[in-house]
Design a protein around this ligand. Structure first.
Ligand code: GTP
Ligand code: MG
Length: 189
């Protein structure tokens, strides 16, 4: 996926795919890994890095939308108040939005913020596609159990797709790219 442009709104009609999840879950890191760019989407060890929606147009084909994260007390202020309406409006009104990935850290049981986000995505008419992030942070033998616990906590439907990803070793990247291409219309590079 070369040909990344940014800092402009997507062309009308361009399919959009959004990435949602708690602050620090790894949304921007995932987008960078997908795009093979080190720091196109700005990442930070400090939660709350991404505070606006960022649109990354890829190959003039699909637009990846990096949503601001939720769940961190210290991003209270005005941003926290405007965050909900901004995200919800986007999810409900974007005519080009084709799918929403919901990212969950493999080490955390989803909390009420995650469940709220899950509900918003469902209410906007999508089945959230789950990406379990930072898989390098647990032992391989622990992955299945963690994924099971995450599915349970979110009470996902049986047809929910789940990807397991690490930005460190990039495992899961190809599968996620395939899914994005399928959603965006099945075009290949
Ligand atoms: P906000 O913009 O605050 O919503 O955060 P974000 O979800 O965009 O998270 P970001 O990509 O900035 O990553 C947060 C931190 O987690 C950074 O220090 C990343 O280096 C680290 N990180 C992200 N993905 C992984 C991963 O797969 N494995 C490990 N070990 N660390 C990761
Ligand atoms: Mg971010």
């Amino acid at each position: 996926m070369a040909g990344v442009t940014t800092d402009k709104l997507p062309d009308p009609g361009m399919p959009e795919i959004a990435f949602a999840g708690r602050s620090n879950v790894g949304k921007s890191s995932l987008i960078n890994a997908l795009l093979q760019r080190k720091s196109l989407a700005r990442t930070s060890s400090t939660p709350g890095k991404t505070q606006t929606m960022n649109f990354y147009t890829v190959n003039n084909e699909v637009c990846l939308v990096d949503l601001p994260g939720y769940g961190y007390a210290h991003v209270k202020t005005d941003f926290r108040r405007s965050w909900g309406p901004m995200i919800e409006r986007y999810l409900r009104t974007s005519a080009n939005l084709k799918a929403v990935f919901l990212l969950i850290d493999i080490r955390r049981i989803p909390n009420e913020d995650d469940s709220m986000m899950y509900e918003w995505v469902v209410n906007a008419g999508f089945t959230p596609i789950i990406i379990v992030t930072k898989s390098d942070k647990v032992k391989r033998s622990q992955i299945k159990k963690s994924v099971f616990d995450i599915k349970n906590a979110l009470r996902v439907t049986a047809d929910t797709e789940i990807f397991i990803f690490s930005a460190m070793d990039r495992s899961g990247r190809e599968e996620i790219l395939d899914k994005i291409e399928e959603i965006a219309g099945g075009k290949n590079d």
